[in-house]
Design a protein around this ligand. Structure first.
Ligand code: ADP
Length: 580
């Protein structure tokens, strides 16, 4: 049969799982296996003793055998209880530990993926992939696998005992059960893609929900709640259908199991007369038969758990196989402290093939200078900034830093000297202090204070009861746009980068905030190579060079006065802005 077109590329094999998940835990799993063996052996005792109980004690009234029998059975039950407890304790804890290790590994890999990857993903969907997809391994290391191995062992021992009691009757039970076992295994290989699909749907639904909640203002503002409700309903409906599909298959397997067990029992009843069994032997046979059949029926449960685990691992593997932005093989040059000379040599770039966004961008940004990027929306300014930060890589041409080709430079060594202040600046829930310290958590109090003063953050935090320790976010203080920007600027000042990328906010601020921000930006840009997507005239006027970007090309370049005199594109933009 040819592979279906939708066959997952990253299907996890049993061998791979054994090597990466099972083998490293061999010691623990070995202890687990010993415990299972003890438990299984102890589990055999009660049904084994039924024969003696029925035939010797109940029928032949050999009451002297009773105390010993009770003691042996009680000890066996005690052993079963203790081993079950230890098994769950050891293996479930290890399984949970493995989940946390895997989550950290996936999150680490995720953060090392290129920005382009995130452009095409919903953040909520990624959250689900980190948190949910690895959950399944719980069943691989934890009790799922244990139950299966334990059950299989008990089944094997039971088969030996059953053959001992009556070989022909055993064969009678074994045959339909083997067929059932094969059907079950086949069923789960069919259900696996359903589980895989479930992970995808869950991620999408979670992703959309996260977006809905993040954008609740826009949704309410446009009265778009019914639309969002419909989209979500469609998502959960899909999820429901998927679960239903797997439930139908698993319930079919379970019911088929129950049916076969029932039929086998009926058959045994009939045959027991034929084979002349004692009452004790009949009971013993029936009990061992249940022991033999139980794991096969259990497989429908455990099988779905393990199938789910594999499907989750498939999806995790897919993510882990995505190439990270710097794997150390190409970007081998570790740069020390840089001066900050940057140069674009004939750089072209396209997000999608055949649709160039930047064409032959060529300019120098000497160290310590400010380069202002101006131009209409969509002209390519953000893309140039992204290339400068090496979030994106040129399709052709080179970018150099102090004369070194950026595409060879280790990202860590470069980005540790880079600072970004973006429009909708990222502040996370926590205190203002934590938000400023975040690029350099170990900065001294004095360094923090001077950054806070340089960015005029104290001007508003002094008015807060808790000052810098005020919590921002849901339960804390709400900050104005200008205040948020000043925190972002303080953060960048503290980080003290050699290269700075600034995306000025377009929104108008009140005059007071505006002057604070102008002053703090001046301090921030001082002595650093700065690229600014500029909207403020004051920033543009101060720039050492202005690049007017139009349709992915540099249409004009020069200083403010020169460009005004030229009366070209910049002059048009300037006079347009001055008028509004
Ligand atoms: P500006 O910052 O000047 O407004 P951008 O650099 O953001 O312009 O965008 C330049 C062009 O690239 C626009 O046509 C925009 O639609 C396109 N673009 C930007 N980001 C992406 C992306 N992630 N994928 C595809 N196209 C993009």
């Amino acid at each position: 049969m040819s592979k279906p077109a939708s066959a997952p590329k990253n299907k996890v094999t049993i061998g791979h799982v054994f090597k990466t998940i099972v083998w490293p835990r061999r010691k623990l799993l070995f202890i687990g296996l010993i415990l299972i063996l003890i438990r299984s052996a102890a589990g055999i005792v009660p049904p084994w003793s039924t024969k003696s109980f029925m035939d010797d004690i109940l029928v032949n009234h050999q009451m002297d055998k009773l105390p010993m029998l009770l003691i042996v059975v009680s000890i066996a039950i005690l052993i079963q209880t203790v081993t079950s407890f230890l098994l769950t304790q050891i293996l479930s804890v290890e399984a949970q530990h493995l989940i946390s290790v895997l989550r950290s590994r996936v999150q680490k890999h995720l953060l090392r993926l290129p920005i382009r990857f995130f452009d095409n993903q919903k953040s909520g969907a990624l959250v689900s992939r980190v948190m949910n997809d690895v959950e399944g391994v719980r069943n691989l290391v934890g009790t799922g696998l244990v139950q299966l191995i334990g059950g299989v062992l008990t089944a094997l021992i039971s088969v030996v005992v059953l053959i001992n009691i009556n070989a022909k009757m055993t064969l009678f039970v074994l045959l339909p059960m083997s067929i059932f076992g094969v059907i079950t295994l086949k069923a789960f290989s069919i259900i696996r893609p359903v589980f895989r699909e479930r992970g995808k749907i869950t991620a999408e639904v979670t992703g959309r929900l996260t977006e809905t909640l993040n954008g609740v203002r826009v949704i309410k503002g446009f009265n778009a709640e019914p639309q969002e409700i419909k989209v979500f309903e469609r998502g959960v409906e899909l999820l429901f259908k998927n679960v239903k599909k797997s439930l139908t298959s698993t319930s079919f397997v379970t019911s088929a199991g129950t049916f076969l067990v029932g039929m086998a029992s009926v058959g045994i009843m009939g045959l027991s007369g034929h084979f002349n069994l004692t009452a004790g032997e009949f009971l013993q046979f029936t009990m061992f038969m249940v022991f033999m059949i139980a794991p096969i029926v259990q497989m429908s449960n455990i099988g779905s758990q393990l199938t789910e685990a594999f499907a989750g691992l498939d999806r995790t593997e897919e993510l882990m196989n995505m190439p990270i932005e710097d794997d150390g093989t190409v970007r081998t040059v570790k740069i020390g402290t840089i001066k900050g000379d940057m140069e674009f040599n004939n750089v072209s770039f396209a997000y999608e093939e055949g649709k160039p966004v930047l064409k032959n961008i060529d300019f120098k940004a000497p160290d310590g200078t400010v380069t202002a990027l101006v131009g209409t929306s969509g002209s390519g300014k953000t893309t140039i900034a992204g290339l400068t930060a090496s979030f994106l890589n040129p399709d052709s041409g080179t970018i150099t830093i102090d004369g070194i080709d950026m595409s060879k430079v280790s990202l860590d060594s470069f980005r540790s000297q880079l600072g970004v202040v973006l429009q909708d600046d990222f502040l996370f829930e926590g205190t203002i202090r934590e938000n400023i310290l975040f690029p350099r958590p170990h900065a001294t109090e004095n360094e923090l204070k001077s950054a806070v003063h340089a960015a005029f953050v104290h001007e508003f935090t002094d008015r807060f009861e808790l000052g810098l320790d005020t919590v921002i976010g849901e339960r804390g203080v709400k900050l104005s746009g200008g205040q948020r920007q000043r925190i972002a600027i303080a953060r960048a000042i503290l980080a003290n980068p050699r290269i700075l990328i600034l995306d000025e906010a377009t929104s108008n601020l009140d005059t007071e905030s505006e002057s604070f921000i102008q002053d703090s930006l001046k301090t921030l840009m001082q002595g650093r190579t700065t690229f600014v997507i500029a909207h403020r005239l004051s920033t543009i006027r101060q720039a050492d060079q202005i690049l007017v970007i139009e349709d992915g090309q540099i249409a004009e370049r020069g200083k403010h006065e020169e460009l005004i005199e030229k009366k070209g594109r910049y002059f048009q933009l300037y006079t347009y802005q001055a008028r509004i």
